[in-house]
Design a protein around this ligand. Structure first.
Ligand SMILES: NC(=O)C1=CN([C@@H]2O[C@H](COP(=O)(O)OP(=O)(O)OC[C@H]3O[C@@H](n4cnc5c(N)ncnc54)[C@H](O)[C@@H]3O)[C@@H](O)[C@H]2O)C=CC1
Length: 383
C-alpha cells in the first residue's frame, strides 16, 4: 500500500475513536468560520453528522479501489446539487476538516499527512464538482403535487405524486424526498411504478418510530400538498437485453421497486415468467395485494406468492421469503432441464429490510444461483 492511503486510514481511525466529538468539532469550526453555511443544513444535525462521517469513511477506504471511489464521488456530487453547493463551500469544508484532523489525529499528524489529506480531499471535491457540472442541464430537484394519499394502515400510505416537469427514471430506482415540515432533510424512497404517460410516481411509505420524513409523509401530508423530489438514482434495474424469467422478492415496503420491475417486465411484447414473492408479517400487512392480484389476472405468466412470517395459521407460504426459495425455484427452473446451465434463464431481484435482503441473497447463493444474476440495492429505513 502506498503511503498516502495508509496516512488517510491512520488519520481517519483517530476520528473514528471519537466520532461524535470529532464531528461536533468539525461542524462547530465550519459554522463559526462560515455562519451563512448553517442555513444549508437541517436544524438537527445528528443524521447529517452520520452521513458526513460515512461518506468520509467510504472515501478513505476506497482509495485502493479507484472505480468504486469514482462511482461514489460522482453520486455524492450529483446528490449535492440539490443543496446548492458551490466551490466556496468545498473550500470551507476542507479548512474545517483539516482543523479537525489536526486536533483529533495529532499523534499521527505531520506535514506529509497534511499533504496526503489535502490532496485526497481536493481530488474528491473536484470529482464531485465535475459530476455535478455534468448534470448541470438537469434540474437539481422537482416540485411534485400529492394527487392521491391512500392511507392503507395506521403507519402506511401509498402516495401518488405528479411532478411539475417530467422526472426521468427507470423501474427499480428511487428518488429522495423532502417535505415542507422538515426543510433540508431528504430521505430515499423507491418508485413503485414503471414510467406512465401522465408522468406520475407512486411511493409506498411506512412511518418509522422517530422517522421524520416517513412520519410527515404518512401522517401530515394530504392531497394538494407539495413535496420536493431529487433525481432518480439506483442500479437495481432490469437488464434491457434480457428476456430471462424473473424471481422478484419483496419484504414489506420493499415491494415498491419490485412492483415497478414487475410492471416493466409485463410491458407489451414481453412474456417472461415472473414469480413475485411478497414477504409480510400478517395478512393485514399485505397492503397492496389487490393491485398485485389484478396484475396477475391480466398477465397469467405472473404469479404472486404471499409469504407470511407472523401468521402461523396462514394456509399459504409461511416464514420469510428465504425459507421458501427451494420450492419456488424448483418450479421456475423446471423448464430449464435441457439447458447446460439451469440458471441461464433467470434473474433475481430482492428488496426489503436489510436482514431480509441479506438472508435471501445468501439463500439464493447457497442454492447455486450465480451472484451476478442477483440484484439488490439496499435502502435503509430512517433511524
Ligand atoms: N430498495 C430496497 O431494498 C428497499 C428497501 N426498503 C426497506 O424495506 C423495509 C420494509 O420495512 P417494513 O415494511 O416495515 O417490513 P417488515 O419489517 O414488516 O418486514 C417484512 C418482511 O420482511 C421479512 N423480514 C423482516 N425482517 C427480517 C429478518 N430479520 N430476516 C429475514 N426476513 C425478515 C419478513 O418476511 C417480513 O414479514 C424498510 O427497512 C425499508 O427501508 C423499502 C423500499 C425499497
Amino acid at each position: 500500500m502506498s503511503m498516502e492511503p495508509r496516512m488517510l486510514k491512520e488519520g481517519f481511525a483517530r476520528l473514528e475513536n471519537s466520532s461524535d466529538k470529532a464531528m461536533s468539532y468539525f461542524y462547530g469550526r465550519l459554522f463559526a468560520a462560515n455562519p451563512r453555511l448553517r442555513a444549508l443544513f437541517p436544524v438537527a444535525l445528528d443524521a447529517q453528522r452520520d452521513r458526513f462521517f460515512h461518506a468520509l469513511n467510504r472515501i478513505v477506504w476506497s482509495q485502493d479501489n479507484p472505480d468504486d471511489l469514482a462511482c461514489h464521488l460522482a453520486r455524492l456530487g450529483r446528490d449535492h446539487r440539490r443543496y446548492g453547493v458551490t466551490a466556496e463551500h468545498y473550500a470551507a469544508v476542507e479548512d474545517a476538516l483539516l482543523a479537525t484532523l489536526r486536533v483529533f489525529a495529532r499523534d499521527v499528524w505531520s506535514p506529509r499527512a497534511e499533504e496526503a489529506w489535502t490532496n485526497a480531499y481536493r481530488s474528491a471535491a473536484a470529482a464531485m464538482a465535475e459530476a455535478a457540472e455534468r448534470d448541470a442541464g438537469a434540474p437539481p430537484w422537482w416540485a411534485a403535487e400529492v394527487v392521491e394519499h391512500d392511507r392503507r394502515a395506521d403507519d402506511l400510505a401509498v402516495l401518488t405524486l405528479s411532478p411539475e416537469r417530467p422526472l426521468p427514471f427507470a423501474p427499480g430506482q428511487y428518488v429522495t424526498v423532502q417535505t415542507s415540515r422538515w426543510p433540508r432533510v431528504w430521505r430515499p424512497y423507491s418508485i413503485a411504478n414503471a414510467p406512465r404517460s401522465d408522468g406520475r410516481l407512486r411511493l409506498h411509505v411506512r412511518a418509522r418510530p422517530g422517522g421524520w420524513v416517513s412520519g410527515a409523509l404518512v401522517r401530515d401530508t394530504g392531497t394538494g400538498d407539495t413535496v420536493l423530489l431529487g433525481p432518480a438514482a439506483g442500479t437495481m434495474t432490469l437488464d434491457p437485453d434480457s428476456g430471462r424469467d424473473l424471481l422478484l422478492v419483496a419484504g414489506g415496503t420493499g415491494l415498491a421497486p419490485i412492483k415497478a420491475l414487475a410492471e416493466q417486465a409485463v410491458a407489451p411484447g414481453r412474456r417472461r415468467d415472473v414469480r413475485l414473492l411478497v414477504g409480510a408479517r400478517t395478512e393485514r400487512d399485505l397492503y397492496d395485494l389487490s393491485d398485485l392480484r389484478l396484475l396477475e389476472s391480466v398477465y397469467p405468466w405472473v404469479r404472486v406468492l404471499p409469504v407470511l412470517s407472523d401468521e402461523p395459521d396462514f394456509r399459504g407460504l409461511r416464514g420469510t421469503p428465504a425459507d421458501v426459495l427451494t420450492d419456488v425455484l424448483a418450479d421456475l427452473l423446471e423448464d430449464a432441464d435441457g439447458r447446460d446451465d439451469p440458471w441461464d434463464g433467470l434473474d433475481a431481484y430482492v428488496a426489503g429490510p436489510v436482514p431480509m435482503v441479506r438472508r435471501t441473497v445468501a439463500a439464493l447463493q447457497r442454492l447455486g444461483m450465480p451472484l451476478k444474476r442477483v440484484h439488490h440495492d439496499l435502502l435503509r429505513a430512517e433511524e
